[in-house]
Design a protein around this ligand. Structure first.
Ligand code: OGA
Ligand code: MN
Length: 284
């Protein structure tokens, strides 16, 4: 594999690997190390399929079931549509409830940070992309933690945060009652440590609701400051998708968001799967 940096703080474009081919133990070891080191990995020109994406997902760990399908219906699905082209191949327009609920992805977030065992990595593959818009932006909460002064780092190191999907997502669209009931707020560590190299990051985003033991006012002040520090424009890297791009990101330390596109005009057909994290963050 060859790595070409995407941003000075994180990310690499990776060439010399076919993610749909055999995934040897050596290749998987190198992939895990690259996730630890770069946080975001872009693999262009992958001849992906749902089957190949699931093989890759399973090879990297335990697949995480899609919480939207599971919460609403109790059915387990490991791969889901991102964009406005659903399984029957029809394009949904701006007014479609699915398109509207997807707009929650345009708030900075870490996938599944509201689950007891949050996600390790997400894998997103692009099949069809809009001519205009539809980029996905990324920032590193590891580099953001490094920008805090040592006193602030000390003050936040042992705090815990409630993450709440209903809190964040009702800002953009209603959350189905079954789905809301399946996702009670969950406490997470505010500061996480990568188990391989020991570097720390904070872990917030739009699902972070409040600091445990703090007032709402004080909670929002700190969480908003941390989100603002992480997401300043100079710290962002933007993925402008081409069909065939497969992107992996480390949800333990990365925040991402969609930037929007016109669903009335364009098709955006992408597939996402996730690998479950190692355990509850409070036990890390
Ligand atoms: C996701 C996500 C943003 C986008 O797939 O988890 O947040 O640009 N996607 O679609
Ligand atoms: Mn997401």
């Amino acid at each position: 594999m060859e790595f070409e940096p995407l941003h000075e703080e994180f990310g690499a474009r990776v060439s010399g690997v076919d993610l749909t081919g055999p995934l040897s133990p050596q290749l998987l070891k190198e992939l895990h190390k690259a996730i630890d080191d770069y946080s975001v990995l872009l693999f262009p020109e992958q001849d992906m399929s749902d089957e190949a994406q699931m093989r890759l997902t399973q090879a990297l760990g335990e697949p995480e079931e899609n919480h939207v399908t599971f919460g609403r219906t109790g059915e387990i699905a490991y791969i889901g549509t991102v964009g406005n082209v659903i399984d029957d191949d029809t394009k949904r327009d701006e007014s479609d409830p699915h398109t509207r609920s997807m707009k929650g992805n345009n708030l900075w977030h870490s996938d599944s940070s509201f689950r007891l065992v949050p996600s390790y990595v997400s894998i997103l593959h692009a099949y069809e992309v809009p001519k205009q818009g539809g980029a996905t932006e990324f920032v590193s909460q590891r580099s953001a933690y490094g920008r805090l002064d040592p006193q602030t780092q000390n003050e936040i190191n042992d705090l815990c945060v409630l993450h709440d999907y209903v809190f964040s997502r009702t800002k953009t669209a209603p959350v189905h009652d079954n789905h809301a009931a399946s996702l009670p707020p969950i406490a997470q560590k505010l500061v996480r440590t990568n188990p391989s190299h020991g570097r720390r990051n904070y872990y917030v985003g739009s699902h972070a609701r409040s600091i445990i033991g703090w007032s709402g006012i004080e909670s929002r002040k700190l969480i908003d400051e941390l989100n603002d520090l992480a997401t300043r424009p100079e710290h962002r890297w933007s993925q402008r998708w081409s069909p065939g791009d497969t992107l992996l990101w480390d949800n333990r330390c990365i925040l991402h968001r969609g930037t929007g596109y016109d669903a009335d005009l364009y098709r955006r057909n992408m597939r996402q799967s996730r690998v479950r994290g190692a355990g509850p963050t409070l036990e890390e």
